[in-house]
Each structure stands twice: as structure tokens, then as C-alpha cells.
Design a binder for this molecule. Structure first.
Ligand code: GDP
Length: 197
């Protein structure tokens, strides 16, 4: 299962540069190295699409992708810069928070955010802080456990359950692996639900 079509649209540093707010949007966020680029590429079925977010100079920008999902209407995927570069809680370096906050607060077409958490790390202080912040902003969150293949089969559901408990979620996080393809259909379904809310 993959997107019918997916293309890179633009990288932005300021609201004025953002595409017109005409399509529903799903944002993707997570600690750097969580597997965000791999997840986006695997989900849409275009290898290398999200690597633009890691080319020098683009790591601090919002990266927009125009996506025609397997079912339903076109949307934007918005790849947010990864956090976790410094060791302070939330590791909100000076530029990260205002950039992300400006987007999350003011974008009328934002339907929800997929928060990616590494299966082997689980939810840490940064995810707890981020979740609290998202709740304050009233943004629906979809939690995804990445690199599920790195855990033995019997450990995957318990890991998802632990994240659910730690973050006080009302939904079971989706187990995802870019390597095996686990979770792709579940994730598309969840994105579809968010996008049409
Ligand atoms: P990003 O910094 O969040 O965009 O992370 P990347 O997608 O670049 O992935 C970071 C590292 O994790 C790379 O070495 C990937 O090959 C690896 N990785 C990403 N997804 C998976 C996965 O599902 N399974 C495994 N085993 N490794 C993964």
C-alpha cells in the first residue's frame, strides 16, 4: 500500500513561504534519527523523497510533500525538524520551538500530528513535554512506534503498551517498520481518519 503520487513541494522557514492552506495536513515529528525520513518514504512508496529534509541547510526547515493517499483526497505531509540534539528537556534550541510553534498554532488546515517514537527508546521526557504542549494547542496526535523490527515479536506489543501508559494515550500506538513494512496499512488508515475529521 503506497501513495498514488507524492512529490516534494517546498522547504519553509517562515509562514509567508508556506503553500496556500487549501489541503488537509498531517505533520510528522520526532527525535532526530527516530526514522522519520524512512517512515515517510516507505509510507508513500517513493524512496529518497524525504531525504531532502536531511540535506544541509534543510534540517531546520519545514519540508512539505504533496501526497495523494491510496484512498481519499490529496493532502500535505509536513516533515518537522527533529528534536533531541541537546540534552536539555525538549532540547528546544532557540530556533526550533518558535518555528514549530508558529506552524502548529497558526496553520488552519493542520489536522493532526504523527509523533514518532523509537521502539527501543520508548517515551522519554521530551515526548512527555511535547505531548503536553500539543494537548495545550489542541492538536490531535497519532503515536507511531518506529523500527519495530528491532524488537523481538513478543516485545513489540508490550513496548507499544508501555508508551501508551507513559503518555496517557487514548489510542494504541501503531507499530511501524520501514524495513519490514509492518504498520503501513494501519498508518494510512489512521492518517485518513485524522485528515477527514
Ligand atoms: P530521521 O533522522 O528521523 O529522518 O531518521 P532516518 O529515517 O534517517 O533513520 C535513521 C536511521 O535509522 C537510519 O540508519 C535508518 O536506516 C534507520 N531506520 C529507519 N527506520 C528503520 C526501521 O524501520 N528499521 C530499522 N531496523 N532501521 C531503521
Amino acid at each position: 500500500m503506497k501513495a498514488k503520487q507524492a512529490t516534494f513541494t517546498i522547504s519553509t522557514a517562515k509562514p509567508g513561504q508556506q503553500p496556500p492552506a487549501t489541503l488537509p495536513e498531517i505533520a510528522f515529528a520526532g527525535r532526530s534519527n527516530v526514522g522519520k525520513s524512512s517512515l515517510i518514504n516507505t509510507l508513500v512508496g517513493v524512496s529518497g523523497l524525504a531525504k531532502t529534509s536531511r540535506t544541509p541547510g534543510r534540517t531546520r526547515l519545514l519540508n512539505w510533500f504533496h501526497v495523494e493517499p491510496p484512498r481519499g483526497k490529496p493532502l500535505y505531509f509536513v516533515d518537522l525538524p527533529g528534536y533531541g540534539y541537546a540534552k536539555v528537556p525538549l532540547s528546544m534550541r532557540d530556533s526550533w520551538r518558535p518555528l514549530i510553534e508558529g506552524y502548529l498554532r497558526d496553520r488552519p488546515t493542520l489536522r493532526g500530528l504523527a509523533l514518532l517514537i523509537d521502539a527501543r527508546r520508548g517515551a522519554e521526557d521530551e515526548e512527555l513535554d511535547f505531548m503536553a504542549w500539543l494537548a495545550e494547542l489542541g492538536i490531535p496526535v497519532l503515536t507511531v512506534v518506529t523500527k519495530a523490527d528491532k524488537l523481538g515479536k513478543s516485545k513489540r506489543k508490550p513496548a507499544a503498551q508501555a508508551i501508551k501508559r507513559a503518555l496517557g494515550l487514548d489510542h494504541q500506538p501503531i507499530l511501524f517498520s520501514a524495513l519490514s513494512g509492518e504498520g503501513i496499512a494501519d498508518l494510512w488508515r489512521a492518517i485518513g481518519k485524522l485528515a477527514t475529521k
